[in-house]
Design a protein around this ligand. Structure first.
Ligand SMILES: O=C[C@H](O)[C@H](O)COP(=O)(O)O
Ligand SMILES: C=C(OP(=O)(O)O)C(=O)O
Length: 464
């Protein structure tokens, strides 16, 4: 139910109903301070006037998500902060317009839901489910050019993956396409989730045929059968089945990288600003500088915010990020997403956790075991090995268990397709298998089997 507080009051329709926030309010909230600050990974827009024209359009469009949903997610993340829930974030590394199809979105969502079932059932812990979807259209890059010397692909919101100089030019109009694709994706997903797709009575249907026959798929089926029995028991006892069993909330998330887009989709409600391009917005490892544009911009929003912290993060830097991004120490407001690499996590993470804990900052600790474990295969593919991914998650659990802090979540790049992008897992994918189905637009994703295998291992770690 939507709280009355979120509904437009007389004379306020323009502010809460989707128009550009009044500039006086925006100024008070500092929503444009980022424009004066240094900024990494700036999209190489060719023409500031065209960017402004596009933003003038986006300022007026209906927002993609609603403030009450954002607040609801923050409340759920607060439970993870307090050790009473686990947060699962997963989806494509880079969404593309061409793959923004029902088939692809539903496949990814089903895989995420399967992982959530395994975690919920296996570890008896509520799982907050967040997709990397409906806006994950930008990519920070290590180098401004690619191996061919062309401008690097920076995500479909900015330029095209096509290896051609003209296609790689940054095009501000792509922000409108990103908005339209994100809105359509979330609209479709809401309809499917509301229409019974996530009904626990349909757990078997989420198991794709190509997974069903695998060891992970068979283990999943065993859980699904137990869920069937539990539901039958509830019915047999004459108890009514909770609505909660029939529907699921899947929140959306993406990296808040293209600040022009994010600013245009910010709205002011009452005395607070919300980034309504998605529910959960994160700042990447390459843009987390304390006094720079990205951190400043998200510090002004009321959304739950994530920050990626890599192996060069100092304990002091982590503490300062907490102070800047969560000055009122609200549980659920800030998620620190460690992505250290399996070789570094046991060495670097402990001091960060200690510093943040001693300073009294409340955060959700989440592990991204993907981004610190990227390697090149012998045949030239950007890949990740399943064993290293698992080892980083293990290291993250060890660090938190040793300190009594809560290992509160997992953040992975995955797809519901049967791709061959990451090595290892029960399928024992090897270098030579990678060309078979290597389809990612940027970084290698876990396929469905590998995702499920990881979920079973994490459920065991959570139980332990
Ligand atoms: O997803 C994360 C980054 O955008 C990605 O790893 C950067 O890749 P690059 O090092 O090939 O630029
Ligand atoms: C770019 C990403 O990660 P990181 O900032 O940790 O490299 C990402 O998750 O897409």
């Amino acid at each position: 139910m939507i709280d009355q507080w979120y509904l437009p009051r007389a004379g306020e329709a323009a502010r809460s109903g989707g128009s550009r926030p009044e500039s006086a309010d925006a100024e008070k909230l500092g929503l444009d301070v980022w424009r004066e600050l240094p900024r990494e990974q700036m999209p190489p827009w060719p023409d500031a006037a065209r960017v402004a024209d596009v933003c003038a359009v986006l300022d007026q469009v209906p927002s993609i998500v609603a403030p009450y949903e954002v607040d609801q997610l923050a409340d759920r993340l607060a439970l993870a902060c307090e050790g009473r829930a686990f947060v699962l974030i997963g989806g494509d590394c880079a969404e593309t317009f061409v793959d923004n199809t029902e088939r692809h979105l539903l496949a990814n969502a089903r895989t995420l839901l399967q992982m959530a079932v395994v975690l919920t059932y296996g570890a008896s812990v509520p799982v907050v489910k967040i997709g990397r979807f409906a806006g994950q259209y930008t990519k920070p890059r290590s180098s401004p050019t690619d191996a061919l010397g062309l401008p690097a692909y920076r995500g479909d919101m900015i330029n095209s993956l096509e290896p051609d100089a003209a296609a790689r030019a940054a095009d501000p109009h792509r922000m409108v396409r990103a908005y339209a694709n994100a809105a359509a994706a979330l609209n479709m997903m809401r309809a499917y989730l509301g229409g019974g797709m996530a009904d626990l009575h349909a757990v078997h249907d989420w198991n794709k045929d190509f997974v069903r026959i695998s060891a992970a798929g068979e283990r999943y089926e065993a859980i699904a059968r137990e869920i069937d029995r539990a539901l039958a028991f509830i019915r047999a006892c004459g108890m009514t089945e909770e609505e909660a069993l029939r529907s699921v909330t899947l929140y959306s998330s993406h990296e808040a990288l293209a600040l022009e887009y994010e600013r245009s989709l910010a709205r002011i409600v009452g005395d607070r600003a919300y980034g309504l391009s998605g529910h959960f917005l994160w700042v990447g490892e390459r843009t987390r500088q304390l006094d720079h544009a990205h951190v400043d911009f998200v510090s002004r929003l009321s959304n739950p915010i994530g920050v990626k912290i890599g192996p060069t993060t100092t304990p002091a830097a982590a503490r300062e990020l907490c102070a800047k991004l969560n000055p009122h120490n609200i549980p659920g407001r800030l998620t620190l997403i460690s992505r250290m690499g399996n070789h570094r996590v046991r060495e670097v993470l402990p001091a960060i956790v200690d510093e943040v804990t001693v300073a009294g900052h409340k955060v959700v600790w989440q592990c991204d075991p993907m981004h610190g474990n990227t390697q090149e295969s012998s045949n030239g593919y950007k890949t990740r090995h399943f064993d290293r991914i698992v080892d980083e998650v293990l290291g993250y659990f060890e660090v938190h268990r040793a300190r009594g802090t809560h290992p509160g979540g997992l953040h992975v790049e995955l797809t519901g397709e049967d791709v061959t992008e990451c090595l290892g897992g029960a399928q024992a994918i090897e270098d030579g298998d990678l060309p078979g189905r290597y389809e990612t637009a940027c970084d290698p994703r876990l396929n469905t089997q590998q995702s499920l295998e990881l979920a079973f291992l994490v459920a065991e770690m959570l139980r332990g």
